[in-house]
Ligand binder design. Structure first.
Ligand SMILES: [Zn+2]
Length: 434
């Protein structure tokens, strides 16, 4: 009698105690992740090491094909459930974040098969993933494959071995859900705001008319679950990928062929490194899988997805130096803002920082902005020009400097030097704005 009385109280309590949250998934990643190389530095040889680790753990890994240059392409599998979920990453060679997240996810699943949550995934889902579909592109950190073809525009022509493989993996297995995993430009914004779009999501339709289907409806709910999970980490930094139908792209065709696909595009977040983005991907994957195995997706509101702002751009710079007193080619001076952007490179490479604008920068924002009104600014090499590397010398305005000097740096040491995207000298001398 007493036990029966307690049951209605206990059951919801137990459910709550076992409920998975995105915070829990993030904590799991912190504790369990096996990848330690920054994703942009992961080459095929590093991937092979990761794959060996997964095999040692007992995961099912197959070499399913070869790239144009003969590099192995792998598929990892976990679980034996009826729901088939397929994920692929890095079909663009310089878009690496999700590859590491997939490795971390499989390692975590295999090592924690006794946990109730992982057991449920194992029993309800069969998960297959191809990490690094384009190893030749990844090797030289370029978007395209060895033939210089964009694999994501080759879904119909199938002129690349990688596209042929991807289509075959889908057609042979007919997964119920696809996850197409990419990186987007780091200065992509949420709508017209100045917030970087750290994660952008898209429910991919199989036609230009966006004909709805039960699969797309489910994906809309799944993506909403992902958004709710990620909001706790990156509020205001989630956007909707601009959903123009691309007839030759894989996501659109996967959806058309019967595998409704979700696109996850990872951008960047100023001040956070690449491993943070791996964690966000890991959280996104586990949140989606959790919503599937618990059935919670069925009750998920689609409002979070439908109310997302679309990707925007063109309003952010990496660095803006405001109101600089610039030393011109003939030693004359003029006042202008300087906008500088960092180009994408591997983490271990020095990324070029290029002067993109000289003039009045209105309506745009810098991830870092400096008030340079108290300084004269000279370019290390010659005069300051758009398209050149930003190698900037800052002199307090009361300094007396012979701008024609042949060795400015030595004869008139600057108060601060901005070089390779950092303060090489005098950090904090030039006041930061905001
Ligand atoms: Zn891409």
């Amino acid at each position: 009698m007493r036990i029966l009385f307690l049951l209605p109280i206990l059951v919801p309590y137990m459910m709550i105690a076992n409920a998975q949250t995105s915070e829990k998934f993030a904590a799991i990643w912190e504790k369990e992740h096996v990848t330690h190389i920054l994703p942009s530095d992961v080459r095929h040889a590093n991937l092979k090491n990761y794959i060996e680790e997964l095999k040692k753990l007992g995961l099912n890994v197959d070499e399913v094909g070869r790239s144009g240059a003969g590099r192995e392409i792998y598929q990892v599998e976990f679980g034996h459930g009826p729901l088939k979920v397929f994920m692929w990453s890095q079909m663009h060679g310089d878009e690496p974040t999700a590859t590491s997240a997939l490795i971390d996810m499989f390692a975590y699943f295999q090592k924690n098969r006794k946990s109730e949550f992982v057991k449920m995934i194992e029993d309800k889902i069969t998960l297959r993933a191809v990490p690094m579909l384009n190893p030749d592109g990844a090797e030289i950190y370029q978007r395209r494959n060895l033939q210089s073809i964009d694999i994501n525009r080759d879904a119909l022509d199938l002129r690349t071995p990688e596209a042929q493989l991807l289509k075959k993996l889908r057609d042979d297995w007919m997964p119920a859900i696809g996850f197409n995993l990419h990186n987007q430009q780091e200065l992509t914004t949420v709508g017209h705001s100045w917030n970087q779009a750290t994660i952008s999501l898209l429910v991919v339709y199989g036609d230009a008319a966006k004909t709805p289907s039960p699969g797309q409806d489910r994906n809309t709910r799944l993506v909403s679950a992902i958004i709710n999970g990620l909001q706790k980490f990156i509020p205001g930094h989630i956007a909707r990928y601009d959903d123009e139908y691309t007839a030759t792209a894989f996501g659109d065709n996967f959806s058309a062929w019967g595998t409704p696909t979700i696109l996850i595009e990872t951008g960047a977040l100023h001040g956070k490194d690449e491993m943070y983005l791996v964690k966000l991907n890991f959280v996104a994957f586990l949140t989606a899988l959790n919503a599937l195995i618990t059935g919670s997706e069925a009750n998920e509101s689609t409002a979070p997805y439908l109310s997302l702002l679309e990707n925007g751009g063109g309003t952010l710079y990496y660095f803006i130096f405001r109101n600089a007193n610039i030393i011109g080619a003939n030693g004359e001076t003029y006042v202008a803002d300087i906008g500088v952007n960092t180009e994408r490179r591997r983490a271990s490479f020095a990324a070029p920082n290029i002067i993109r604008t000289v003039g009045s920068i209105v309506g745009s924002h810098g991830l870092e902005e400096y008030d340079v009104s108290g300084f004269d600014v000279a370019q290390r090499f010659g005069s300051l020009r758009v398209g050149d590397l930003a190698e900037l010398f800052f002199y307090k305005k009361d300094r007396v400097v012979d701008w024609k000097s042949t060795d400015l740096e030595k004869q008139f040491p600057p108060d601060a030097v901005f070089s390779l995207g950092k303060w090489a000298k005098g950090e904090g001398v030039v006041p930061k704005m905001k």
